[in-house]
Design a protein around this ligand. Structure first.
Ligand code: CP
Length: 280
């Protein structure tokens, strides 16, 4: 990770290829072995971590709690912080972070309900802020997990064709993954979504600035036989206007796609998958 006095994790662009390959991936492999062989460690036994979740989460919050506890850290946690913290009484995020700092925690894991919420928290924090998803902004820790998963399978991250599929407009996981995989060589992205759910301009500008090959399409079938990775996402219903009639993002991984899918490809989904729409 680039050296900064306080090492926040805010957006996936902050990581570089060299750090991922030479430090992060070996460390993840070491931690995986440690969990398999020993189950627990005391590496963080003198640390306390505050988990502040303003939006719902199953995987991220529970896995951060589990990871902290397996490493010996103590945790304080608030789920649904919009209602069950003093945010409901009008306290600003900045003031909440100042209070957590004053209570001498060692790190804050935050899922904000505002795009840019993690950056806002970092601006007033003397302890590391870890962005566990900021509305439709980014989800950098999910992207770190995703690139590790892809690397573990292919033993490389260069020269891959990746289909990002679904609600690319509102999905933070695909945005973070696009930034992170964009650091690698000869990456091609197929951005598979109807026009109303296509990738936002900031990512397209990033692709153009860095000469990253990409193509927009509505049809998963048209690219399925060529891709190495299919990264599916659900429709982000919670980001749509109230009473919106949309009931899906138009793209499903169905039997027809499976029949033509490159047999060496892998399918990833950050979950949760849609209850009614069945994109997966
Ligand atoms: N992948 C992910 O962020 O899932 P949760 O919303 O359940 O944490």
């Amino acid at each position: 990770m680039p050296s900064k006095k306080i090492q926040h994790i805010l957006e996936s662009q902050q990581f570089n290829r060299h750090w991922l390959l030479t430090q992060f991936f070996p460390e993840v492999a070491r931690m995986k072995r440690l969990v398999e062989v020993k189950g627990v460690s005391s590496a963080l036994s003198d640390k306390t971590v505050c988990l502040l979740f303003y939006e719902p989460s199953t995987r991220t919050r529970i896995s951060f709690e589990q990871a902290a506890q397996k490493l010996g850290a103590k945790i304080a946690s608030t789920e649904n912080a919009s209602e069950f913290s003093s945010a409901i009484k009008g306290e600003s995020l900045a003031d909440t972070i100042r209070v957590i700092n004053s209570l001498k925690f060692d790190a804050v894991v935050i899922r904000s309900d505002m795009e840019g919420g993690a950056v806002e928290a970092a601006n007033v924090s003397q302890i590391p802020i870890i962005n566990a998803g900021d509305a439709a902004g980014q989800h950098p820790t999910q992207a770190l997990l995703d690139v590790y998963t892809i690397f573990e399978h292919f033993k490389r991250l260069d020269n891959l064709k990746v289909a990002l599929v679904g609600d690319l407009k509102n999905g933070r996981t695909t945005r973070s993954l696009a930034y992170l995989l964009g650091k690698f060589k000869k990456i091609h992205f197929d951005l598979v979504a109807p026009a109303a759910f296509q990738m936002k301009q900031d990512i397209l500008d990033y692709f153009d600035r860095h000469n990253i090959s990409h193509k927009r399409t509505k049809s998963l079938e048209s690219v399925a036989d060529q891709v190495d990775v299919v990264y599916l996402t659900r429709l982000q219903k919670e980001r749509l206007k109230k009473n919106s009639k949309v009931n899906g993002n138009g793209v499903r991984l169905n039997d027809k796609v499976m029949a033509i899918l490159n047999k060496k490809s892998i399918i990833l989904h950050p979950l949760p998958r849609s209850d009614g729409f069945n994109e997966l």
